[in-house]
Ligand binder design. Structure first.
Ligand code: HAM
Length: 415
């Protein structure tokens, strides 16, 4: 029997895992400077949380959720994204009583039953941030600037920042009406889902992935032309602050995002290196969601970075990510030397030096080959003679130098 991973999921192992760790530590460093604190929310939630927030007519809810009944017949869903669980937690734990804004970051796996392809998985990882309690555009600009700094720290300076505003509950009805007026003679050609969306939530037609719908929505009215005065001002202020902070951006009036909870500012960071799944990070405001979930009126904004896509770009940019090499390899001949090597290894490791050992009675030659393969800095050779004399041979595999060192001095030699 040969087991394989499920379709659309993947393992992360060395050396790639070191790219992942680099991304995670950089995110923590940068986000902390902006006052974001980590929050850890469960991987599963009541299904309703996602239906209510992402929206009944969204692709995610209609087609992509991993939903199942638990043993007590409650409907459970593996989180397809992190915003709704964080909002749930924010309200449930009364975090709105803390000084505003409350700012959180999280990381971990998300689950969507999508057709797997390059950059699209069924279990994928996000690092996300959510900030609650401030409606002014300065926070929007700060968040974008933080994302930019994070990407720059990783050496990525050539990504596109696409922004849009999708208005609020005041401007939405006019825009919906414009869409309804645009589509009537095209409805027949839309996919069955979009036929339903046409009456329930025409905005969702704009992010349908079906080719016919993409074609038929060309020339559709753009939300940006239907913004109310407040939303317009907010969007203009947001842009002027982006310019103030030297963030180069483009307005993408066709970006509506695939989740229902957004209001006003939306954005995506895209890369030409990713093919059709080009958004490496995405987010926006969701000023109504906390209230809709039963919390006090609380504006909010956030984004999530797609880890697989980010790692993919980093790997094309920078090929120097390698599994870290050991500082020392202890090659031993015989049982007694093997025992002594354990003691030496533990001493060195307690000083923070990575040590690998030779095992299973391998010949000296094959141990040397292994040390070389691992990229060890030093090899120490310990046999009976060395035990007797108390001096062991070392070889520096980087520059070829070699010599002897007393067993007791090896710590000082390495540190
Ligand atoms: P999203 O656009 O659905 O937004 O996902 C954010 C990012 O996650 C995408 O830009 C992409 O990089 C990555 N991603 C999404 N689906 C997949 C997939 N199937 N495979 C690989 N990567 C994927 C959200 O999830 C929102 N919660 C973001 C947000 C936070 N908005 C406000 N706060």
């Amino acid at each position: 029997m040969k087991y394989t991973a499920l379709k659309g999921v993947h393992d992360i192992f060395p050396p790639d895992v070191y790219v992942w760790q680099k991304v995670e530590t950089t995110a923590k460093e940068v986000f902390s400077v902006y006052g974001f604190h980590e929050i850890r929310v469960p991987i599963m939630e009541s299904t309703d949380i996602f239906i209510r927030s992402i929206g009944e007519t969204s692709d995610i809810v209609e087609k992509e959720m991993y939903t199942f009944p638990d043993k007590a017949n409650r409907s459970i869903t593996l989180r397809p994204e992190g915003t709704a669980p964080v909002v749930r937690s924010f309200i449930e734990n009364h975090l709105y009583n803390q000084p505003s804004p409350q700012k959180f970051f999280y990381s971990g796996p998300m689950f969507r039953y999508e057709r797997p392809q390059k950059g699209r998985f069924r279990q994928f990882y996000q690092i996300g941030v959510e900030a609650f309690g401030v409606s002014e555009a300065r926070l929007d600009a700060e968040i974008i600037s933080m994302l930019k700094l994070f990407l720059e720290r990783l050496g990525l300076t050539e990504l596109n920042f696409e922004v849009n505003s999708i208005g609020c509950e005041k401007c939405r009805p006019d825009y919906k009406k414009a869409l309804i007026d645009f589509f009537p003679d095209k409805v027949g050609g839309l996919c069955p889902d979009c036929n339903r969306r046409y009456t329930q939530n025409p905005l969702r037609i704009l992010d349908c992935k079906v080719a016919a719908c993409i074609e038929l929505r060309k020339g559709a009215p753009q939300v940006i032309n239907y913004l109310c005065i407040d939303c317009k001002e907010h969007f203009e202020e947001f842009q002027s602050l982006l310019r103030l902070l030297n963030v180069t951006y483009i307005i993408n009036p066709n970006m509506v995002r695939g989740l229902d909870y957004y209001t006003r500012t939306t954005f995506e960071v895209t890369s030409e290196h990713l093919g059709s799944q080009k958004a490496v990070a995405a987010g926006g405001r969701y000023d109504r969601l906390v209230e809709e979930f039963g919390g006090p009126p609380t504006p909010a904004i956030g984004f999530a970075i797609g880890m697989e896509r980010l790692v993919e770009i980093l790997k094309t940019h920078n090929s120097t990510f390698r599994t870290p090499a050991p500082g020392a390899f202890l090659a031993t001949i015989g049982n007694d030397a093997g025992r002594e090597s354990l003691k030496i290894a533990e001493k060195l490791r307690s000083k923070g030096i990575t040590v690998e050992l030779g095992y299973e009675g391998a010949s000296l030659k094959s141990q040397m080959r292994k040390a070389d393969k691992l990229g060890a800095n030093y090899v120490f050779i310990i046999g009976e003679d060395e035990l007797k004399s108390g001096k062991i041979k070392w070889k520096n595999l980087k520059d070829g130098s070699q010599g002897e060192v007393g067993i007791k001095e090896i710590e000082g030699f390495m540190v």
